[in-house]
Design a protein around this ligand. Sequence first.
Ligand code: ZN
Length: 311
Amino acid sequence: MIVRVMGWSSLVAATLGASLLVSCSDSEAAAPERASFEATERADDSADDDEAADAPFLGQNTRFSYTGEFTQGGWMRGLVPDGTVSATLGDTPLQIAEDGTFFAAFDRDADGSVTLSARLDSGQMHGETITITPRSWDIERVNVARRSGGSSEAWWRRREPEWNAIQEARAKETGATGWQQDFIWPVKGRISGRFGRQRIYRGEPGSYHSGIDIAPGNGVPFVAPADGVVVLARTGFSLEGGLIIIDHGQGLNSAFLHASRIVVEEGEAVTQGQHIGNVGATGRATGPHLHWSLKWNDARLDPLLFTGPMN
Ligand SMILES: [Zn+2]
């Protein structure tokens, strides 16, 4: 029995579902953390077979191992090469768990390929090219001028503190481990808006839809799609209405918009499947629905690629 392979398959099993985040734009890259496992493990003289069988890694991983959805809006989970001190996907530093596992993801507008690289304790660099398949987004060209709503100074005075609260929440690192899980749907119902959809107004692109909209009916409870820590839970945001943001760890987070009711508090740890709020139409919404978005650092992701189709 090959021990290293067993270690990897359990990683893969643990891996199929991480998660998300949303809302407004940008920010900070997560601080890189050092991989803590040893590159080589010397067998001791009195090698005991049972003990050897329990060792998770035998110092033979010279490349990255990974699984995921290698397309725009998708994600990957993997294991760094032995002896990795730090690693990056493109320019983004990866956080590496103590067992050498990591999470990374690909923005909606990611280029066709990106380099996954590791700096090794030998001083050498190791790089691999990840190919990212393009998607064909739902683009609608309309012959009307783009509205410039929401750009006035008065509007920004109200919006700025909300914006800052969202950025601060998203910058929090809670050590949550939901990124390791297979994500579940927060609620099931008619999908009323898909991720990535975009209108082009007389040649001028509007912003694309940053999450997925699910419309199960007003007041229906929704749950955490994966474990995490609530980093924001507030009502009354001008666009988002009742807004919950959950950190799933490793720079991955989920946002849930338009809630009619919020039943969790900031700082609270939640587990996958736990009731966190109820669907509503608060903030800028034309009808009751849950807008769920996922973000990894600055990359906006497609929740459908984390859960699979709704059955
Ligand atoms: Zn939406």
